[in-house]
Design a protein around this ligand. Structure first.
Ligand SMILES: Cc1cc2nc3c(=O)[nH]c(=O)nc-3n(C[C@H](O)[C@H](O)[C@H](O)COP(=O)(O)OP(=O)(O)OC[C@H]3O[C@@H](n4cnc5c(N)ncnc54)[C@H](O)[C@@H]3O)c2cc1C
Length: 486
C-alpha cells in the first residue's frame, strides 16, 4: 500500500511525524486548531492550505466583505465564537424598509399569486423537513427528483424558477440532480429555508455582521505555535494502522497521528484515499456533481446612491441568470451570481447590465468593481460526523444539523472535530462540558407539527383544483341520480 501511494506522486520528501494535521484553513479548520490548542497547548499542529491565503470563504477586499459576512442571531456557535474573540458584532442597518425591494418576482402580472404559492410551498417544506433527519429515511435511486417535485407543486413559472435557484444555492447541485428526500434532509440541516432566504436573498436588517479580517487575525494570534503551510493542496491520503501519510502538491509527505479534513465535499472528492473510504461514505461522496456550479461574489462602488434614487432599496433578485444584489452602503452594491464553471469573465458585464436595466444606465460604469469566484459547496444528505479511524471530518458540510453550509455549521463542525481528535490523541483532557459545547441548538423538532397542520401545508393549486373538481363531480352525480330516481 505504501508503494502505491508513493508511486502516484513520484519520489517524495518526508517530514517528521506530528500530532495533528488539519487540511483546509477555512473557518472550520482554524476553529478546530484553536479548540485543540485551548484544550491541550502541547499539541503539535500543522495546517495545509491549497490557496495562498487563509480564511477560505471568509474574504475581504478594501471595499468590504466579498465572502461570508452575515449570520442570524440563532447561529449560536458563531455568536459565541465572536464574543469569545471579542469581535464587535453589528446589526445590519442599511436597508430602508420604507422603499420597495427590486425583485423580478415582484414585477410580473401574476406576482402576487406566484408569491403566495411560493410562500405556501416554502412553509410546507419547512414543516415537513424535521421528518427527514439524516438516518430516518432511505434514498432509492428512483426517488422523485426535486425538479419534478417543484413542477408538480408550483403553477407559476416565476415561482418555479425562484425555487429551482434556491435549491442550487442550498445544495450546490441542480434541482434535476437531487432527490426531494435529500433536499428535505438538507433543509433540516441548514436551519430553515427562511434562514437561507434571509442570508442569501433578502438580507434584512435583522441580520448580524462582523469584520472577517478581525476574526481571522484574532484566530491566527491564538494559533502562534501552529505551522501554516499555504499553497499545499492535498492530493492523496494513505491511512495506516497507527499513523497517516498526507501527500501534498509539492510532493511532500506529512506524517501524523490524526488527520482532520476541514474541506468541503467537492474538495474531498478530488483526493485519492488509500485504502478507499468505506462503502457507506463512498456512497455519499460518489453522489458526484454532474456539473460544477460556481458562485461569483462582487462589489461595485458608485458616486451616487442609484438604487435609492430609482426608488428602491434592500435587495435585488433576477432569476435568469440567477443574480442576487444588496445595498452594502447607499452607493456600494454587493451580490453574487451563480453560473457554470468557465464563465467567470462574463459575470461583470451580465451583472452591470442587469443593474442598468433596473436602476438606470449609470450603473453600467462603476467607479470600482471587484469580484471573486468560489465553487458552490455541495452538501450530501448525510453529514460525515463519525471519524474513520484516524481521519476526522470537519467543514461546514460535516456539521450535525446546525446550519450546515453556513458559518454556524463550520464553527460547530470545527468544535466537534477538535473533540474527536482529542479523544484519539489526548482522551484524558476531554470533559463533559466539551461535549455540551458541540451540542446543536435550535434544531427543528418533529413533535411541534400537528397532523392537521401537516395536511393543510400540502395544499396547493393543483391538489385544491383536483379536490374541487372531484367534489363537484360527486355532487353533480348525486344531483342527477336524485333527479332520475328520487
Ligand atoms: C460568497 C459566499 C458568501 C457566503 N455568505 C455567508 C453568510 O453571509 N453567512 C453564512 O453563514 N454563510 C455564508 N456562506 C457560507 C460560509 O462561508 C461557509 O459555510 C463557511 O465559510 C465554510 O467554511 P469551511 O471552513 O467549512 O470551508 P471553506 O471556507 O471552504 O474552507 C475550506 C478551505 O480548504 C481549502 N482546501 C480545499 N481543498 C483542499 C485541499 N485538497 N488541500 C488543502 N486545502 C484545501 C480551501 O482552499 C479553503 O481555504 C457564504 C459562502 C460564500 C461562497
Amino acid at each position: 500500500m505504501e508503494k502505491d501511494c508513493e508511486l502516484k506522486l513520484g519520489p517524495p520528501e518526508r517530514s517528521q511525524r506530528i500530532d495533528v494535521i488539519i487540511v483546509g484553513a477555512g473557518i472550520s479548520g482554524l476553529v478546530t486548531a484553536y479548540r485543540l490548542l485551548e484544550k491541550e497547548p502541547s499539541l503539535q499542529i500543522r495546517i495545509l492550505e491549497a490557496s495562498d491565503t487563509i480564511g477560505g470563504n471568509l474574504k475581504q477586499i478594501p471595499q468590504g466583505e466579498i465572502g461570508a459576512k452575515w449570520f442570524e442571531g440563532s447561529q449560536a456557535h458563531v455568536y459565541q465564537l465572536l464574543q469569545r474573540m471579542e469581535i464587535p458584532i453589528q446589526q445590519r442597518s442599511v436597508v430602508d424598509a420604507t422603499l420597495p425591494r427590486c425583485w423580478e418576482l415582484d414585477q410580473t402580472v401574476s406576482s402576487n399569486l406566484a408569491k403566495y404559492e411560493l410562500q405556501r410551498y416554502i412553509n410546507e417544506l419547512q414543516i415537513k423537513a424535521p421528518f427527514f433527519r439524516p438516518g430516518r429515511f432511505s434514498i432509492r435511486k428512483n426517488s422523485t427528483k426535486m425538479e419534478k417535485h417543484i413542477n408538480n407543486r408550483l403553477f407559476f413559472s416565476e415561482s418555479r424558477k425562484f425555487m429551482t435557484n434556491l435549491v442550487e444555492l442550498v445544495c450546490g447541485s441542480k434541482a434535476s440532480d437531487i432527490t426531494y428526500k435529500e433536499f428535505m434532509s438538507l433543509c433540516y440541516g441548514c436551519g430553515s429555508l427562511q434562514n437561507i432566504i434571509n442570508i442569501y436573498l433578502e438580507c434584512p436588517n435583522t441580520l448580524l455582521e462582523f469584520d472577517s479580517a478581525h476574526l481571522l487575525n484574532a484566530l491566527t494570534q491564538r494559533l502562534q505555535g501552529t505551522e501554516f503551510l499555504v499553497s499545499r493542496q492535498v492530493k492523496a491520503i494513505c491511512h495506516y494502522k497507527d499513523y497517516i501519510e498526507v501527500h501534498d502538491s509539492t510532493q511532500k509527505i506529512h506524517t501524523t497521528d490524526v488527520l482532520i479534513l476541514a474541506i468541503p465535499l467537492n474538495a474531498l472528492q478530488q483526493i485519492n484515499f488509500s485504502p478507499p473510504v468505506p462503502m457507506e461514505l463512498r456512497k455519499v461522496m460518489n453522489n458526484k456533481l454532474k456539473l460544477r456550479l460556481m458562485l461569483t461574489s462582487f462589489i461595485a462602488g458608485y458616486g451616487d446612491a442609484h438604487w435609492r434614487n430609482a426608488g428602491y432599496s434592500g435587495s435585488f433578485l433576477k432569476n435568469e441568470p440567477f443574480i442576487v444584489g444588496y445595498e452594502y452602503r447607499p452607493n456600494v452594491y454587493g451580490g453574487m451570481m451563480i453560473h457554470d464553471s468557465g464563465s467567470e469573465s462574463l459575470v461583470r458585464s451580465i451583472v452591470l447590465k442587469a443593474f442598468a436595466e433596473n436602476y438606470g444606465e449609470a450603473m453600467e460604469t462603476p467607479h470600482s468593481y471587484n469580484q471573486h469566484t468560489f465553487e458552490l459547496s455541495s452538501l450530501a444528505h448525510m453529514p460525515f460526523t463519525t471519524p474513520w479511524h484516524r481521519i476526522v471530518w470537519s467543514s461546514s458540510a460535516a456539521a450535525s444539523t446546525c446550519y450546515r453550509g453556513f458559518l454556524g455549521g463550520a464553527v460547530q463542525s470545527g468544535l466537534r472535530a477538535a473533540l474527536n481528535a482529542l479523544l484519539l490523541v489526548r482522551p484524558q483532557v476531554v470533559s463533559w462540558t466539551d461535549v455540551a459545547d458541540v451540542h446543536c441548538q435550535n434544531c427543528p423538532n418533529i413533535k411541534d407539527v400537528g397532523a392537521l397542520q401537516l395536511w393543510m401545508s400540502g395544499l396547493n393549486l393543483y391538489n385544491v383544483g383536483y379536490y374541487t373538481l372531484y367534489a363537484s363531480s360527486v355532487l353533480l352525480a348525486l344531483q342527477l341520480a336524485f333527479k332520475k330516481f328520487g
